[in-house]
Write a new protein. Structure first.
Length: 108
């Protein structure tokens, strides 16, 4: 187990590091000029990050449901995609996905 003092020192130094990185961007943003082409490229970053986060969690997860060979997250992803297509609501999609994943893992 980690000592309490060591824990809080790590939290302090990580907080300082995170704060300094974020502040450096705000302070340097006034001095840097970004071209319009670069700004347009930056608009695609959120769309690229989302699949990079979701794909490993869905495809490389070793599930526990034997009936579908441990790919319950992939099944839920397909069903949630259909719900999103029909409802076009993020709240409905996330709610359905969570309930569906819970149901599949608990009852199959």
């Amino acid at each position: 187990m980690i000592d309490t003092l060591d824990f809080w020192l790590v939290v302090l130094f990580l907080s300082i590091g995170t704060y300094s990185i974020r502040c450096s961007f705000m302070l340097l943003s006034e001095k840097l000029r970004i071209s319009e082409k670069t700004k347009k490229i930056f608009t695609y970053i959120p769309a690229a990050v989302l699949p990079a986060i979701i794909t490993p969690m869905v495809l490389f997860h070793q599930g526990s449901v034997e009936a579908i060979n441990g790919k319950e997250r992939f099944l839920v992803l397909i069903l949630a995609t259909l719900v999103n297509y029909v409802t076009n609501s993020m709240v409905a999609t996330v709610s359905f996905g969570l309930v569906c994943l819970y149901t599949v893992t608990q009852f199959f």
